[in-house]
Write a protein that binds this ligand. Structure first.
Ligand code: FE2
Ligand code: FE2
Length: 355
């Protein structure tokens, strides 16, 4: 695998220095540099309708800036992924307005379903705008899988609430105990198994989901209930990366052969759940300690993030507005992603080892 071009990275870094914006740039690097490619990732814009043609300006601006900067990226991304939660309450007005803002993108855009897009009409209007709720595609030797990870049981979906609006409102709260755990579900897992059966075990796999396909913090639905079953389907592959939105903060983890990395939101950062530090028992499969977003700084955990998949493992560079830059990279010595500045100083690897 070749490394990310230092010059390209610096160019991107300079751009980010001028305008710290919510956008992720992902570079897939191969042995032959001419095979490398990049894609951009924008997530969690939460477009919110007020009335008539009025929408919450702050959320509009986050998405507009990300779209404008994506169109100026050098190198040009091969495609863009929107990571879900385009809307806040899943209405036609919000989805239409979000789609209109995204239509300014000059690149093919792939969409991931978020719970805020889904729970009003169970994804019907979203599908009309963006296509199927789960699918896969191949691009230059990489197999990409898009999952709808925010489904739940039929009982909760169809029987519990008198109206669709109430169902949506119950799911929209971060720490609402009436919310249901997310899951990928049996039908989609069956589809995934069949889809992956056609893929060579050496092919790099990149999965896009909205919620993490791991169990981080159930009370806030930083959680997918059937995560282990999905991970088992991904286990036979040598290089697997899962990229997800939803958590509006920096997270990374390594479980077996799978690297997990979140992307930041264009709307707002969620604070860091207290239980991360208070109760180890809430983190059954978390193998790497996390960094927190600053809940008193409304733009923290929004920013630029460059993801480099050199050697099939993710390395991330965060450019955060008015905050320390971060670099998280896979440390082959420990077999885990590691924050270069904050963690495990004894085993620290230097930035030049990665780029
Ligand atoms: Fe979100
Ligand atoms: Fe979400």
């Amino acid at each position: 695998m070749s490394q990310m071009g230092r010059r390209d990275f610096l160019k991107l870094g300079a751009l980010a220095g001028i305008a710290t914006l919510p956008l992720s740039m992902v570079r897939i690097a191969f042995g032959k540099p001419e095979d490398d490619f990049t894609f951009a990732y924008i997530s969690d814009s939460h477009i919110q309708h007020i009335k008539g043609n009025q929408f919450v300006r702050n959320w509009d601006m986050g998405l507009k800036r990300a779209v404008a900067e994506t169109n100026l990226l050098v190198p040009k991304p091969d495609f863009v992924v929107f990571g879900g939660d385009l809307a806040q309450m899943g209405t036609k007005e919000e989805l239409d307005h979000g789609a209109e803002l995204l239509s300014a993108l000059k690149y093919k855009t792939y969409h991931v379903m978020g719970e805020h897009d889904y729970y009003l009409d169970l994804g019907k209007y979203w599908e009309k705008l963006f296509g199927p709720q789960w699918y896969s595609f191949d691009h230059k030797g990489v197999h990409f899988v898009v999952l709808n990870s925010i489904l739940t049981t039929d009982e909760w979906t169809f029987k519990r609430w008198p109206t669709a609006e109430q169902r949506m409102a119950e799911m929209a709260g971060l720490d609402n105990p009436n919310g249901s755990p997310f899951m990928v579900g049996e039908a989609q897992r069956k589809w995934l198994k069949e889809d992956l059966a056609k893929v060579a075990k050496t092919t790099p796999i990149v999965v896009f989901s909205h919620s993490p396909i791991q169990k981080i913090f159930k009370n806030w639905n930083f959680w997918t209930d059937d995560a282990e079953q999905v991970q088992a389907l991904l286990k036979p592959f040598q290089k697997v990366s899962v990229v997800y939105g939803h958590v509006h903060q920096i997270q990374y983890n390594q479980i077996g052969n799978i690297s997990f990395n979140s992307v930041m939101a264009t709307a707002w950062p969620w604070p860091y759940p207290q239980s991360y530090v208070l109760a180890d028992s809430h983190l059954p499969v978390l193998t790497v300690p996390m960094n927190r977003a600053d809940p008193f700084f409304e733009r923290d955990a929004t920013g630029w993030q460059y993801i480099n998949t050199r050697t099939g493992r993710l390395a991330l560079n965060y450019e955060l507005p008015n905050n320390t830059k971060r670099q998280v990279a896979f440390n082959a010595k420990t077999g885990k992603p590691q924050d270069m500045a904050y963690q495990d100083k004894k085993n620290r690897i230097l930035p030049q080892d990665h780029y």
